[in-house]
Write a protein that binds this ligand. Structure first.
Ligand SMILES: Cc1cc2nc3c(=O)[nH]c(=O)nc-3n(C[C@H](O)[C@H](O)[C@H](O)COP(=O)(O)O)c2cc1C
Length: 414
């Protein structure tokens, strides 16, 4: 019987353990987590979500405070379109974040950055270009294009000296999305180095509608694989979403996948950015506690633990400090939902907004508990402490469990 370690992912000249830890914004997939995956010979992701906010916490920069100061005059204004990101500051923050990962990297693995198109930042093209180019300047091994179709993303970086050497990949949830991407990027004369195929059981935003439950990862992967073979495209496919055990992963590798992308199992590791209090909520969650909802202002469905503080909270939009989801016109659907509730409840101090959530603020504070569908199985991956809490794992333990386990088994910690 085979295990994941019997396979290798070939990316250019490199041979890797075929385990990729997926990007989890905002600083849930930390530099520390990505370093462990790379040290163990796989691929780790950092995320480029809200990087200035993340560097403030990690490096004591004052980007958020300074931005809030600059736009304080607008705090009471319902129209947030004046709130812009300073591209030099965005570059400085990205350089710090990516640079700190790359300088500390040890081992044979790689560190990629998860770049979400839906972080439109009141200037979609310019901000995405700066984020990707600066990550390449700072030595990132690869960029995974996420949360969006990215039809123009290769063009944004095609003049960069590393365009042909940095590893570039995209996350898709359908053959159609991949076909569109390949068609639109063909002008740059460059194919992606890998394609992550994300199914409906993943965490974060989903590339499906509310009918997500009708889709199945293995079927989508098989469809994409058959099309790629017919087109003679030899690009590693990396399935993601609900791959919970080493045996699940091995099954995909035996069927021709280049690697697997996994995330949920790593949310309860010490290296993950979630506070331990939140990690205990992930452990405690039952299947009924997990829902896919439409609260994200991005327009994509998102999976969350129902009891998380982000749901129903009517906080005033914090775009002067954050504003990462302001679209090209400087608006965000949470602002509209919030303004509607304020108008409907004059004089009320604390309003509720049930249909959208202020994703920037709540992700920043780890109050939006996005999770994979199998979060309810995490309790079976560890031991309980005497006080009833669950033992937090090490990233190495989870990585090696994926790498070596067989027979559907999950190794418990010592
Ligand atoms: C807490 C959490 C946050 C996530 N955030 C992101 C993200 O910011 N960008 C992204 O492309 N995918 C995100 N994902 C998806 C993962 O990178 C990954 O593809 C997926 O969750 C894999 O499925 P699994 O969690 O069942 O292993 C997130 C997943 C989780 C669990």
């Amino acid at each position: 019987m085979k295990c994941v370690d019997d396979f290798r992912l070939r990316l250019g000249k490199q041979e890797l353990v075929p385990i990729m830890v997926g990007g989890m914004g905002v600083d849930i997939s930390t530099v520390a987590l990505s370093l462990e995956a790379a040290r163990l010979g796989g691929i780790g992701h950092i995320s480029d979500a809200m990087v200035p906010t993340v560097t403030d916490r990690r490096f004591n920069t004052k980007f958020v405070k300074d931005k809030l100061k600059q736009y304080k005059f607008n705090v009471e204004n319902a129209d947030k379109s004046v709130v812009k990101f300073d591209l030099d500051i965005l570059a400085e923050a990205t350089k710090l974040h990516v640079g700190s990962a790359m300088e500390a990297k040890k081992g044979d693995g790689l560190i990629f950055i998860n770049c979400m198109e839906k972080l439109t930042m009141n200037g979609p093209k310019e901000t995405l270009r700066v984020r990707m180019q600066t990550a390449m300047d700072a030595g990132i091994d690869g960029i995974t294009l996420a949360a969006g179709l990215h039809l123009g993303s290769f063009s944004l970086i095609e003049d960069h000296p590393r365009f042909r050497d940095v590893k570039l990949g995209i996350i898709v949830s359908s053959l159609r999305a991949l076909q569109l991407f390949l068609k639109k990027s063909s002008r740059t004369g460059r194919l992606p180095d890998y394609v992550v195929v994300e199914g409906p059981l993943a965490g974060g935003h989903l590339g499906f509608g509310m009918d997500w439950a009708q889709y199945d990862l293995a079927t989508i992967v098989a469809e994409i694989r058959a099309w790629m073979q017919a087109e003679q495209l030899d690009i590693p496919l990396i399935p993601a979403g609900g791959i919970f055990t080493g045996s699940d992963a091995t099954g995909f590798l035996e069927n021709g996948a280049g690697a697997v992308q996994v995330a949920t199992r790593f949310t309860v590791t010490r290296e993950c950015g979630l506070p331990e209090k939140v990690q205990q909520e992930y452990f405690k969650a039952t299947e009924d506690d997990i829902e896919v909802n439409q609260l994200s202002p991005t327009g994509y469905p998102m999976r969350m633990i129902k009891s998380c503080p982000a749901i129903g909270d009517g906080i005033r939009p914090n775009c002067e400090a954050y504003g990462y989801l302001l679209d090209a016109n400087g608006s965000c659907s949470y602002i509209q939902a919030y303004n509607r509730e304020v108008a409907a409840h004059p004089g009320e101090r604390r309003i509720k907004v049930m249909d959208k959530t202020c994703l920037c603020t709540h992700m920043r504070n780890f109050d939006c508990w996005t999770c994979g569908q199998y979060t309810y199985r995490l309790k079976d991956t560890t031991r309980r402490n005497e006080d009833g809490s669950y033992q937090i794992l090490s990233a190495e333990h989870v990585f090696k469990d994926y790498q070596f386990s067989k027979d559907g088994k999950v190794a418990l910690p010592e």
